[in-house]
Ligand binder design. Sequence first.
Ligand SMILES: NC(=O)c1ccc[n+]([C@@H]2O[C@H](COP(=O)([O-])OP(=O)(O)OC[C@H]3O[C@@H](n4cnc5c(N)ncnc54)[C@H](OP(=O)(O)O)[C@@H]3O)[C@@H](O)[C@H]2O)c1
Length: 305
Amino acid sequence: MQGIIQQNYQGIEALQIKSIEEGPLTPLSVMIQNKFVLVLPYDWQTESGALTEIRPVQLPIVIGYGFGGIVEQVGRLRHSSLIGQRVIGMQPNGSAQEVINNKIPPLLFKVPDQVTLADATTLIGGADAALHAIKVLEVKSTDTVLVTGASGGVGTYLIQLLKLAGTTVIALASAENQTFVRQLGADSVLNYEADLAAQFSNSRQPNKVIDTVGQQALLQLISASYGSLRILSLSTTHFLPTKPGQDFRFSNGSIGIGGYQHLLQLLATKQIKAYIQATYSFEAVKKAQMIAKNEHSQGRILLTF
Ligand SMILES: NC(=O)c1ccc[n+]([C@@H]2O[C@H](COP(=O)([O-])OP(=O)(O)OC[C@H]3O[C@@H](n4cnc5c(N)ncnc54)[C@H](OP(=O)(O)O)[C@@H]3O)[C@@H](O)[C@H]2O)c1
């Protein structure tokens, strides 16, 4: 079968599509015909070596983390009712290959009939991180939350989940994405390509921030513009707020099995919506990653197998 391989730290252009072994069916295996993988910052940051401290890997690796596919075979310790089911899951040792041999039962979820496999796949590395951030920050309906990176794979879910919680949302996006982010439900939208200091001083004061951009200069400006503030970042592990009454933390935890089932239910009942910017064949992985990295986002880009 074919897989997308990172051989070195020379970035997106050095990725290769190669023939790789499927691996044997073990008692714990679920063999899945892969249909979708996500194009995540996690991949191109690993490919450039930017994550070597927090994610040490032994090269070569198959890239990718989440997937959506159809179960073809199961080992004797896995439930036979899985055969033929549409599932999403996590494959920490690489998901960008035609067949997934999944051996970790808690990392596999059946997709409800009302939800497309592509939509369900976008929950991984998107809505899961958003839900976790909201829980860790103990967001309440009375809060006003500033969201950076509002148009991205995480941000599109953050806005929707915050609005479901009854929160007031101030979203930060490029000029191009102002209307898109307002349509997601944001109460007000600020433009990071215009004078942000002036916009912050004219906007309602948030009491919490969820940051998915991770730029020190942006966090410094936010910190300097407001009074007491709880800041949570999904993208940078370090930041020192400048004002008294402000705190900072990084988040990268898991939402557990119940969290994924909850998100799938929210999709099934149309309380949240998946935003898929584009879908490319896995053979076009370099183009897809370049677009995701360098152009404005409107949700998540997927690769299909
Ligand atoms: N810790 C965790 O558990 C966890 C989990 C998932 C993701 N993450 C991290 O979360 C971050 C976001 O992930 P994602 O998948 O949502 O990324 P994404 O889909 O690529 O979105 C990136 C977002 O950043 C915005 N942006 C780009 N340049 C900006 C700038 N100079 N100032 C302000 N905003 C800017 C983009 O806005 P425009 O499109 O409007 O330009 C876009 O909304 C990544 O760093 C990722 O590694 C962490």
